[in-house]
Ligand binder design. Structure first.
Ligand SMILES: Nc1nc2c(ncn2[C@@H]2O[C@H](COP(=O)(O)OP(=O)(O)O)[C@@H](O)[C@H]2O)c(=O)[nH]1
Ligand SMILES: [Mg+2]
Length: 304
């Protein structure tokens, strides 16, 4: 296993200010196979990338997720390093991410940006958003990962092809992290350097809109992994509402006023909320049984 077995995959959308440096740096580290998957940049990104010796492919659809899914289908190298084209991550760190793969100790290695990032690399909103999303992920999947949104990763081709990926936008990293759990992959994290973006290139990520989408993705995908969490949240809302209207009913009753419609509403809210928890428990049972079946299948498959 050498660096010639590695494909450096760089998704780009108007990264003309930095893409040249990024490619040069990876070449200097001994990687010659560089694939740029471009989202129809309107600046000189594609020309610069070609001039620096990268293979350039235009994505057929829209969004970082679609670009990556398309790229995973055309890459033939057994190892893949995914990196931003904005120069915020450094080529030297690729060795750290690749060595556990070369040694066969991991299937998927994530560069953790949140440990030793440079000043100004994250805006305050970005940092809060990242921490919140990692917390939610931990809560929903019970897996302590520190930086699930990192775009600097290394993985084997085999492992990425085992994942079922559908997200077209910035939810792709979330989906990859969740699918790695579903597919029982060995995931490791290592701290990496993270630098501020060049002043000349703007981020494509909208912290509020994309942050919300990412949160929603974590929640929605939890339905088949942690149904108690999924249904429990809905149930809690209804129970909370029921407790509030119930408290009102009791308070009024103490004062001698009987509120019949409000009492009916309270019962309905509480019943519906409790029912959600029961749904959650039933789904949890189904999920556990399903996982057992899959494990048995896998064990049989390995024997053969
Ligand atoms: N091909 C492609 N690349 C994209 C798209 N959107 C963003 N990128 C690239 O994906 C990488 C990550 O995006 P970036 O704006 O740096 O997000 P941030 O690192 O979270 O601020 C960058 O290299 C972008 O140029 C897209 O729609 N298509
Ligand atoms: Mg970036």
């Amino acid at each position: 296993m050498t660096n010639s077995d590695v494909c450096i995959l760089v998704p780009t959308l108007n990264e003309g200010a930095t893409i040249g440096e990024v490619i040069k740096d990876f070449k200097a580290e001994g990687f010659s196979n560089i694939l740029v998957i471009d989202g129809h940049s309107t600046d000189r990104t594609r020309e610069i990338a070609k001039a620096e010796g990268a293979r350039v492919v235009l994505q057929t659809g829209k969004g970082k997720g679609q670009a990556l899914i398309q790229a995973f289908e055309i890459i033939e190298s057994p190892y893949i390093v995914l990196v931003d084209g904005d120069g915020t991550e450094i080529a030297k760190d690729a060795h750290t991410l690749l060595s556990p793969l070369f040694e066969g100790r991991a299937d998927h290695v994530v560069g953790n940006r949140l440990v030793r990032f440079d000043k100004g690399a994250f805006t305050r909103l970005n940092l809060i958003g990242n921490r919140l999303i990692n917390r939610l992920f931990d809560l929903a999947y019970g897996v302590k990962q520190k930086d699930i949104l990192s775009g600097y990763r290394a993985f084997t081709r085999e492992s990425i092809q085992a994942l079922e990926l559908n997200k077209t936008g910035f939810e792709i990293e979330t989906e990859i992290s969740v699918e790695c759990i579903f597919k029982n992959q060995r995931v490791l994290e290592f701290p990496i350097t993270y630098r501020p973006r060049s002043k000349k290139g703007a981020t494509k990520l909208n912290p509020l809109k994309d942050g919300f989408r990412i949160g929603a993705t974590i929640y929605r995908l939890a339905k088949v992994h942690n149904p108690i969490f999924y249904f429990g949240i809905i149930g809690s809302f209804f129970i909370l509402a029921g407790v509030i209207t119930g408290a009102f009913v009791v308070w009024q009753w103490v004062q001698g006023i009987t509120r019949i419609p409000m009492t009916v509403l309270t019962s309905l809210l509480l019943l519906f909320g409790l029912q959600m928890f029961i749904f959650g428990m039933l789904s949890d049972l189904i999920v556990s049984l399903h996982k057992q079946t899959i494990r048995m299948f896998q064990a049989q498959f390995k024997k053969k």
